[in-house]
Design a protein. Structure first.
Length: 235
């Protein structure tokens, strides 16, 4: 009987232990579920935050690029305005005299010129206030091709481009007298001088009657005063 009772007690003890385990198992799962839920929520929140930050960064990129472009444009505008403000630096005009050979370097090419003399003429009688004078030059056309690549120079083309002009006693530019035909000895009146050629030429200009001196301005590089003597050149 004792053995039977002991066996029965063991069975009851085993049954009670089994029931306790069955009751405790559900309790042990709850913390795991809560922890798992917290982890899942944290992951979801992290994904959402990361996605929002990425979207914000992508939206802000065009503004940054635009600001950089604006900064570059402003810098270039300021640089160009500074360049415009700075005047082109030129060498001061040099003085020369009749008989000196000077070299003009222009955007159309270069030439050498020497003023020989100046004289009055009877070539112009259209006004009682003005007269024509002629200035004699020795020209060496090194590589002056002209404004339209003509391949030559003459008094008209030089005057028109400002490569060589004549000023009155007050510093005003006088008009070139575009005439051909009159004779001036060995000096060809208004003749063309081709590239690579030398020539003795006579260029006429209209000045106020009684003018005694003019100034030849060679490309803004040289000024050459020329007296007009009593010599009269006629047809």
């Amino acid at each position: 009987m004792k053995d039977f009772n002991d066996l029965e007690k063991l069975e009851e003890l085993s049954k009670s232990l089994t029931e306790e385990k069955s009751v405790q198992k559900p309790k042990s799962k709850m913390p795991l579920i809560v922890i798992g839920a917290v982890i899942i929520v944290a992951v979801i929140i992290g994904i959402i935050v990361t996605s929002n930050n990425k979207n914000k960064q992508e939206e802000s990129k065009p503004d940054t690029i635009y600001e950089d472009n604006v900064a570059v444009e402003e810098d270039s505008t300021e640089a160009s305005s500074e360049e415009q403000k700075e005047p082109e630096k030129k060498e001061p005009v040099k003085k020369a005299k009749v008989g000196d050979t000077v070299k003009a370097e222009t955007k159309y090419g270069s030439f050498e010129v020497k003023v020989v003399s100046a004289a009055r003429t009877n070539w112009y009688d259209d006004s009682s206030d003005s007269e024509a004078i002629t200035i004699r030059f020795e020209i060496n056309n090194i590589d002056y091709v002209g404004e339209y690549d003509e391949g030559y120079l003459n008094g008209y083309t030089l005057d028109d481009t400002g490569s060589m002009t004549v000023l009155d006693s007050d510093g005003f530019k006088v008009a070139y007298y575009d005439i051909g035909g009159p004779t001036d000895g060995s000096y060809g009146v208004s003749d063309d001088t081709n590239v690579g050629s030398k020539a003795k030429v006579s260029y006429p200009y209209i000045v106020p009657i009684g003018t005694k001196e003019v100034t030849v301005n060679v490309n803004g590089q040289y000024e050459i005063p020329v007296e007009i003597g009593d010599e009269m050149v006629t047809y």
